[in-house]
Write a protein that binds this ligand. Structure first.
Ligand code: G3I
Length: 343
């Protein structure tokens, strides 16, 4: 077969390079048709000092949670003197970017002010009520969901032995919700906890608590499932668990999602991570009253995980250079699948 005749050189210029692909639609825009808010915890130092971090938060999310700034230790480091500045800055940012705020968190055994340890037990009830109502009133009408009470169960479903349980007895949980509701009747009030993504002894404890609170007409509106997960032990029954809270008439929210892995990361672990994020999002989309999906910091650059889990990391949906990971694509693909939920 003779060689093909040479292609005549026409002198035409090489074809222009393809136009750069348009940026993918923001997660907030993909989530909206599902009636879902997509959010992130916000590191306020990074928000102030890292332009790339700030741009992503503004563009991608329509609900934000202060990672630390609204905790009691940060709000009232000196007794009687509240430091509202950092939180005011977050609210200004959120309002400028059309974002709703999740308030995190009013009653917890962690990150309380150091001076609390010197307060006589018989003064703690009045002090806690003052903290809850001072904080909720400060942001009345501007907080969408409050994590009123955080992490009161042990892994086996028994009550955690905290300063509040010891001083006030189990009734403080219901009181905290009543105090918050009195201070802002329009805020949605949540109980929030970790390791309750699946049906297990701990989520059974939460289920029994919130069912009893509702029976007592306590103003509780939702359950926050933190979903701090790992690729090595993915949650097994998230949809079944969210569904049982929904069946009580409660809202749910994925409030602190991240999926850590034993470092170094590799393509297999990153795909496994994507599958865990996808399973949690799908569980939320399958749950009519699941209101929001919040990642606990979207980039590996500022993740809390390496400082808390030795040898683990890479828990976010973007890497430390803000490059999307397979998990980000998985979330986008599922949110792009269309099909608005019926509520
Ligand atoms: O603000 C102080 C600073 O003044 C001091 O110089 C510095 C060094 O000691 O510490 C700073 O406080 C740190 C704080 O983060 C703010 O950066 C605390 O030591 C540190 O313990 C704290 O870690 C936070 C952790 O909660 C505390 O339990 C993480 O950033 C935060 O991501 C994490 O978030 C929690 C949720 O609130 C509840 N669910 C679990 C989740 C992970 O633990």
């Amino acid at each position: 077969m003779p060689d093909d005749p040479p292609v005549p050189v026409t002198g035409s210029a090489a074809p222009p390079p393809p136009a750069p692909a348009p940026p993918p639609p923001p997660l907030r825009r993909l989530a909206a048709p599902h009636g879902l808010a997509f959010g992130t915890a916000v590191n306020l130092t990074a928000l102030a000092e890292d332009p790339a971090y700030r741009a992503w938060v503004a563009a991608q999310f329509d609900t934000v949670t202060a990672e630390n700034a609204m905790k009691w230790a940060e709000l009232e480091p000196t007794r009687g003197r509240y430091e509202w500045g950092p939180t005011d800055a977050l609210f200004a940012f959120a309002e400028a970017n059309g974002q709703r705020v999740r308030g995190h968190t009013l009653v917890w055994h962690n990150q309380n002010p150091a001076w609390l340890a010197d307060v006589p037990p018989d003064e703690l009830g009045a002090l806690l009520k003052t903290h809850v109502q001072t904080t909720v009133r400060r942001f009345r009408g501007r907080v969408w969901q409050w994590d009123v009470v955080n992490e009161v169960f042990e892994e086996d479903g028994t009550p955690r032995d905290t300063i509040w349980l010891r001083a006030l007895g189990p009734g403080y949980v219901a009181d905290a919700f009543r105090w918050a509701h009195e201070a802002d009747p329009d805020a949605l009030l949540f109980y929030n906890d970790f390791d309750i993504e699946a049906v297990n002894a701990k989520s059974d404890g939460v289920y029994d608590l919130v069912r009893e609170l509702k029976r007592q007409d306590v103003p509780i509106h939702g359950v926050g499932v933190q979903a701090h997960c790992s690729v090595e032990s993915p949650p097994t029954t998230p949809a079944e668990n969210l569904g049982r809270f929904d069946a009580l008439g409660l809202h749910t929210a994925l409030t602190e999602v991240d999926v850590r892995m034993a470092m170094p990361s590799d393509p297999v672990k990153l795909q496994a991570q994507a599958n865990v994020y996808r399973s949690l999002l799908r569980a939320c989309l399958l749950t009519p009253r699941c209101l929001s999906f919040t990642v606990w910091g979207y980039t590996d650059k500022y993740s809390w995980v390496p400082g808390w889990f030795e040898g683990a990391g890479a828990a976010g949906i973007l890497d430390e250079n803000f490059a999307p990971k397979p998990a980000h694509r998985a979330l986008r693909d599922d949110l792009s699948s269309g099909g608005a939920r019926r509520r």
